[in-house]
Design a protein around this ligand. Structure first.
Ligand SMILES: NC(=O)c1ccc[n+]([C@@H]2O[C@H](COP(=O)([O-])OP(=O)(O)OC[C@H]3O[C@@H](n4cnc5c(N)ncnc54)[C@H](OP(=O)(O)O)[C@@H]3O)[C@@H](O)[C@H]2O)c1
Length: 314
């Protein structure tokens, strides 16, 4: 099968397309014939291992010292079940599924093994018939992570919610989910993404290049910081956000806490998608053969929503 192998940490060119044998499932795993993946913020971080010293050391203990112990990266998959392990009960050959494979990775390949059961870092669900594999790959990352942070806001109908970093994978998901919870949503992004965030249903969009939301008279019941680590001074942001929170207002950041992945999040998102209340945001698509190009683009930090990888099978 086609597979992208990462033999050392480094720039996008460390990702090499190879031919490898198909993986063999454990008794509780399914083999997914993969049609689409995504290049996420987490993927580029794992590939580059570009982290501050202490966090970088902890990362290498878990993922691998000089190279990833699991050389096929890729967290997100969308495909058809090819075969199942002998104890698998809920899935069968031919089921169309998608999900998040956590630290097992393996989704930059034609086939991968996924545990039937949800773990704290992986899950798979049946894909709705009217969601394409590419759309499924574009909703999975934000779809498993954003709900965990939105739950911290305990958002009630009519509450004012601000999403900072509204045009990214987390942000585009969070804007749509907060709208579906009945909130009045303000999105914050740069000039070129204002129209995109409006199109996702945001009631108001603030262009951070023109206006500082922390200086406004508006008060918010919940602020979610969805800007990746390293782009802004996070400590300072938290302090500044307190000024624009209502008396019982809450703040959460995607860089705090360890999200627990739940299949339930994707199942709820599937229902919204089927009702037309949630859309996949795809910025660019690349065939798996151009994975290094896709990583280069995500490395720019300027992607909108999601970058999808497509896998053709002979
Ligand atoms: N806690 C965890 O366990 C966990 C797990 C996975 C991921 N994460 C975090 O999630 C990140 C990936 O998120 P993502 O995929 O949604 O990122 P993304 O798609 O790259 O989105 C980035 C967002 O931040 C905005 N932004 C970029 N630079 C900015 C700046 N200087 N000031 C204000 N806004 C700025 C972008 O808006 P414009 O482009 O319009 O500027 C965009 O809305 C990772 O990098 C990691 O930090 C955390």
């Amino acid at each position: 099968m086609k597979a992208v192998v990462c033999k050392k940490y480094g720039p996008p060119e460390v990702l090499q397309l190879s031919e490898l044998p198909k993986p063999v499932p454990k008794d509780n795993e399914v083999v997914v014939k993969n049609f689409a993946s995504a290049v996420t913020g987490s993927d580029v971080l794992i590939r580059s291992a570009n982290l501050p010293l202490i966090i970088g050391l902890m990362f290498r203990v878990v993922i691998g010292f000089t190279k990833p112990r699991k050389p096929i990266l890729g967290l997100i998959f969308a495909g058809e079940i090819e075969s199942v392990g002998k104890y698998v009960k809920r899935y069968k050959k031919g089921d169309q599924v998608y999900g998040f494979n956590g630290s097992s990775f393996g989704a930059y390949a034609g086939f991968l093994c996924v545990s039937e059961n949800e773990t704290k870092e992986s899950c798979l669900v049946i894909k709705p018939a009217d969601m394409s594999y590419e759309e499924a790959a574009a909703v999975a990352y934000g779809g498993v992570l954003a709900p965990y942070y939105l739950e911290k806001g305990n958002i009630q109908k009519g509450q004012k919610v601000l999403i900072y970093g509204a045009s990214g994978a987390f942000g585009t998901t969070s804007v749509q989910l907060a709208k579906n919870l009945g909130a009045e949503v303000t999105g914050v992004c740069s000039t070129r993404n204002v129209e995109l965030v409006k199109s996702l249903g945001a009631d108001r969009v603030i262009d951070y290049k023109k206006e500082d939301f922390t200086g406004s008279q508006e008060r918010y019941d919940f602020i979610l910081d969805a800007v990746p680590h390293g782009k802004i001074d996070k400590k300072n942001l938290k302090t500044l956000c307190k000024k624009v929170l209502s008396p019982n207002g809450k703040f959460a950041s995607i860089n705090e806490g360890s999200p627990k992945v739940k299949a339930e999040y994707l199942i709820q998102l599937n229902t919204l998608f089927e009702k037309g209340d949630f859309k996949a945001v795809i910025d660019r698509k690349y065939p798996i053969e151009q994975i290094a190009e896709a990583h280069k683009y995500v490395d720019t930090g300027r992607k909108k929503g999601n970058v999808v990888i497509t896998v053709e099978h002979p």
